[in-house]
Design a protein around this ligand. Structure first.
Ligand SMILES: NC(=O)c1ccc[n+]([C@@H]2O[C@H](COP(=O)([O-])OP(=O)(O)OC[C@H]3O[C@@H](n4cnc5c(N)ncnc54)[C@H](OP(=O)(O)O)[C@@H]3O)[C@@H](O)[C@H]2O)c1
Length: 284
């Protein structure tokens, strides 16, 4: 599996599995647990979740699947990167450690590898960063980061004590949503911080994009794989497609091995040009 490098030098798998909409209903739970276990079989080692998803339900599904996989010997804990996110309204000095403990219980883990502030909120950033640092000292999280931060919010974070220790920013980023390339990506690159790309296939829309089909077919790939491979070839981008269905899981895992040639890159650039001016961050 390809990796990207965090500012600390730690490698992070470049392809993961998203879990938004997991854990929202009991009848689909078994399929979701199976999907996580299948992803592990296919080599996926990074899992993205949040206390918000299914109000804890997604963390429970992920926790159950990881516990089963660990018990079965399919994977070792140290191979896994588990990412979760705290609600902004819980990101205070007192609230953040409590939210983290609830997430850890649901995940059946004693440590979250990467814990993110889900979006900018009203608690002062200096309090959130201090609470992240306390969780690191207590060994409950390894790295911390943010999500849905635009350039001005990243700059504000850099002014806060400890803020430059932020490991990643998770934002909406796909072939069809390239707005962040205007100033956020250059800012993050200057600070050697990877982009964690959510909605990497635009919530499934890019998989059905007819203009991608001829390019994909020439490479023996699917449009979804093309969308993921385009993100991965950037070198400092982690893609976290969500999938439950077996063909999607297989497709996505194989995208990590898909090499885009110069012709494919040029075709994609023409179809989905980079932004010519600042665009407000797309937030879901
Ligand atoms: N930080 C944030 O604010 C934020 C916001 C949104 C998302 N996220 C994270 O990012 C993850 C990914 O974003 P997302 O779930 O919104 O969108 P996405 O990954 O772009 O798309 C997911 C949709 O595409 C389908 N799909 C997956 N692989 C496919 C393939 N190979 N071919 C065709 N269809 C495919 C899935 O179907 P099936 O599920 O039926 O297989 C699902 O309907 C989320 O799950 C979450 O972990 C974070």
């Amino acid at each position: 599996m390809r990796t990207v490098t965090l500012p600390s030098g730690t490698p992070l798998p470049a392809l993961g599995l998203g879990t938004w909409h997991y854990g929202e209903s009991a009848p689909t739970r078994a399929d979701e647990v199976r999907a996580v276990r299948r992803a592990i079989e296919l080599g996926v080692r990074l899992f993205d979740t949040a206390e918000m998803y299914g109000e804890g339900g997604a963390e429970e599904v992920l926790g159950q699947a990881l516990a089963e996989a660990l018990r079965a010997g399919d994977v070792r804990r140290e191979e896994l990167t588990v990412v979760s996110k705290v609600y902004p309204h819980n990101a205070s000095r007192q609230g953040l450690p409590q939210a983290c403990e609830r997430s850890l219980r649901r995940l059946q883990l004693d440590r979250i590898d990467l814990y993110l502030l889900h979006w900018p909120g009203s608690h002062p950033l200096r309090d959130t960063v201090a609470a992240f640092e306390a969780l690191q000292s207590a060994g409950r999280i390894t790295h911390w980061g943010v999500s849905n931060f635009d350039t001005r919010e990243m700059r504000a974070l850099w002014q806060v004590p400890g803020g430059p220790a932020c490991a990643v920013n998770q934002v909406y980023y796909s072939l069809s949503q390239r707005g962040i390339e205007f100033d956020l990506v250059p800012w993050m690159r200057a600070h050697r911080m990877p982009v964690m790309a959510y909605c990497p296939i635009d919530q499934g829309a890019l998989a059905a994009e007819p203009e991608l089909l001829p390019i994909a077919q020439r490479l023996g790939a699917t449009p979804a794989q093309l969308a993921l491979a385009w993100l991965l070839q950037r070198g400092d981008t982690v893609a976290i497609p969500k999938a439950v269905r077996e063909p999607h899981l297989r497709d996505n895992a194989a995208a990590a091995e898909l090499a885009l040639d110069a012709q494919a890159l040029a075709d994609l650039e023409a179809l989905f040009p980079p932004p010519a001016e600042k665009q407000e961050l797309m937030v879901l």
